[in-house]
Write a protein that binds this ligand. Structure first.
Ligand SMILES: C[S@@+](CC[C@H](N)C(=O)[O-])C[C@H]1O[C@@H](n2cnc3c(N)ncnc32)[C@H](O)[C@@H]1O
Length: 330
């Protein structure tokens, strides 16, 4: 295997040699994104880059993108575990390299199982996953037929985790670029656009949903997943929600539908509403910080420690109409 992750020092800043990114992202700030793989952008970059540089080679590679995204083969599992643990905390998975299972904080395969039946065959699709974490869902999308998946996530550690996994899968159809949604050009470039677990972090959620619509080809699909509250009123947390600081609005399902309709989307379908349980989001050897169990009221699991309703999530799918959306920014 070719090591892709050489470190170089340029003007006193450590930068990494990256694998070849897709060259068809028209108008994207790719130079800005590349410059973020640097010690100037993040104080832990050198530690993470050194972890990538020490990943042991794997032979007899066999990939499978089932519930556990797997690169099977022969590898030094001790050296592998030591390198991958340098990229702690691992949140989205499960993932497996050689004999090492990365038991991530989230059973993300459960979320995928909720949306996949509604999406069906993704053959030939070019997909955008906004706030994609380490790109776990991108591998699942490839297995469902997608031609290419572009993920964006501003958390550099998740981009480094993706590079570690991609080093083993040697599959250059699924990408995670360190970009924020608001840095992307709002031009229709994708067959399906996902935003899962992001909209409640946005101060202007309607603007975010409008952007999802604008990024989608006419006739394409938008997948919007969010924490929700039951009842008639959105929850606007005065402070934290389940210990998360940056939750601005937890909508009702009706509000999510209204955002999608307002953004010009049609055929809006609620494909799943499920509570998040401590079996789905939990601390593990690969995510040793506190998790959902520590965010719930110890005397009442229906409430967060702040007294809000415990997490429930809804998954909605809609289409961009074949005609232009009124007022879309293209
Ligand atoms: C709750 S996680 C959801 C991850 C994954 N989509 C899922 O459903 O499991 C939210 C993700 O959004 C990312 N994020 C936060 N602000 C963002 C922004 N402005 N644009 C894109 N992603 C963002 C975070 O880094 C984080 O990985």
């Amino acid at each position: 295997m070719v090591s892709l992750y050489e470190l170089g020092i340029f003007s006193g800043v450590s930068l990494m040699r990256l694998p070849p990114w897709p060259d068809d992202l028209v108008g994207w700030p790719l130079d800005t994104a590349k410059a973020r793989f640097s010690s100037e952008h993040h104080g832990d970059f050198n530690k993470w880059a050194n972890a990538l540089a020490t990943l042991p080679p794997l032979t007899q590679l066999q990939v499978s993108y089932a519930d556990t995204v797997t690169a099977a083969g022969t590898v030094d599992d001790v050296a592998l575990t030591a390198a991958l643990q340098q990229l702690h905390p691992w949140r989205k998975g499960p993932l497996q390299i050689g004999n090492t299972t990365i038991d991530t904080e989230w059973r993300s395969d459960w979320k995928w199982a909720r949306v996949a039946p509604a999406l069906g065959d993704l053959s030939g699709e070019r997909i955008l996953d906004i706030g994609c974490g380490n790109g776990y869902f991108g591998w699942r999308m490839l297995a469902a037929g997608a031609k290419e998946v572009i993920g964006v996530d501003p958390t550099l550690l998740f981009c480094m985790q993706h590079l570690a996994i991609q080093y083993y899968t040697q599959d250059f159809r699924n990408w995670v670029l360190p970009l924020k949604a608001e840095e992307l050009p709002s031009t229709a470039q994708f067959d399906t656009v996902f935003s899962m677990g992001v909209v409640y972090h946005r101060r202007d959620p309607l603007d975010h949903v409008r952007q999802l619509a604008a990024l989608t080809h006419p006739g394409g699909r938008v997948v919007l997943e969010s924490l929700i509250v039951e009842g008639d009123a959105d929850l606007i947390p005065a402070d934290r929600y389940a210990r998360m600081r940056n939750v601005w609005c937890v909508p009702t399902v009706t509000r999510m539908q209204a955002w999608m309709a307002e953004a010009g989307l049609i055929n809006i379908e609620v494909v799943d509403v499920s509570p998040t349980r401590v079996e789905e989001q939990r601390s593990t050897a690969w995510m040793r910080f506190e998790s959902l169990a520590d965010s719930l009221d110890p005397n009442n699991a229906d409430r967060t420690i702040e007294g809000h309703p415990a997490p429930i999530r809804a998954m909605l799918v809609a289409n961009r109409p074949n005609t232009a959306i009124q007022g879309a920014s293209e």
